[in-house]
Write a protein that binds this ligand. Sequence first.
Ligand code: ZN
Ligand code: ZN
Length: 335
Amino acid sequence: MSKVTNILFSAVGQVTTECHDLPVTPLQPKEVRIAPVYLGICGSDLHVLADGHPFAKPPIVPGHEIAAVVTEIGSAVTHVVIGDHVVVDPIMACMECRACKAGRFNLCEPPQVAGFRAPGFARSAHVVPARNLYIAPKSIPMDVLAFAEPAACARHCVNRMPQDAREIVLVIGAGTIGLSVVQALRIMGADKITVIEPDAKKRELALKYGAYRALAPGELAADERFTGVIDVVASAATIMDACTKVMAGGTVICMGVPSGTREIPLPSMQRFERDLLSSGMYIPEDFETVIGWLADGRFDTSDLVTDIFPVSDAAAAYSRAKESQSIKVLIEFPQ
Ligand SMILES: [Zn+2]
Ligand SMILES: [Zn+2]
C-alpha cells in the first residue's frame, strides 16, 4: 500500500483534496510511474469544474499539465530512467487509427485526454504509457517545466500558420495562451505582432514578450489588415473580427475554444482566399521544441506563473485561477 494524494472535482464547483492508502499496481512493460511536482490549472479545467465541458463532468480527478519525476519504469522501457524530469503528453492516443498512424495523435477520436475522458494527472502517483513522456534537462526548474503544455499549444498553433502569414500578425486575447502565442511567434520569426487584450497588465506583458503594439478592444483602426490573425478567444465577435481583419490571401487561426457554432463572412473569404485554420492541442514535436525553448530561456515563464498553491489548498488554487488577475496558477505536490 502507498499513500496517494489527489485532487477531486467532487461536484460542480466543489474542489477537495483526498488522501488514500492504495495498493501499488504492478506496471505493464511499457508503462512508467511518475510523481507530479507541479500541476498547472487551465481554463478547460475550470470549464469542467463549472460543468461547462461537453464530455467531462464532476466527479472527476482533473489535470493535464504537469512537470513530474519518474519513480518506476516498466521492464520494456528504455528511453527514461528513474529520477528523470519529464513532461507528460496527456493525449492517451489509440495508436491504431489513421490519425495516430500519421503521428497526429491530437486528432485521435474519441479523444482520451487526461483529466477529461482519461484519468487526470492531479494525483501524487500516476501510471502512464512511456511514450507519453518527454525528458527535460534538469537545469529547467520544475515550475518552469510545468509550462511546457501551454507552450506546446502555442508552438503548435504558430507552426500551423504558413510562413508568409507570420509577417504582420494580430493576436486576439492575451491570457496564458495568447501570451504564449506571442512568444512562440517571436521565437518563430514573426515580424510585427499586434495584440488586442482588455487587461492593461496583460497588454504590458504582450509588449515584453515581443508584440510591438498592444491595444484595448476597439482601439485598432477600422481599415487595418494583417497577413495572419490568431483568435485565442473564439467568441462570435472575435472570430468575425479575425476573418474581417485578415488581408486577401491571409490566414486566420482559431486557437480559442469556441463555446458554440460561429458565423464567418464566407463570401469575402472565398473570393480572396482568406483561409480559416484551427489549432487543437499538439503533437510530439511541439513538446520537443518547447522543452528546448524553456531550457535556453527563449520562452520566459517568469511573469506567467502568478501563483503557486500547495495541493492541500487546491480549492483556493482553482478559485484564484478563476480571477482575471491571475495568469497561470500552479499546484505543488510535496516530494
Ligand atoms: Zn490546458
Ligand atoms: Zn488514434
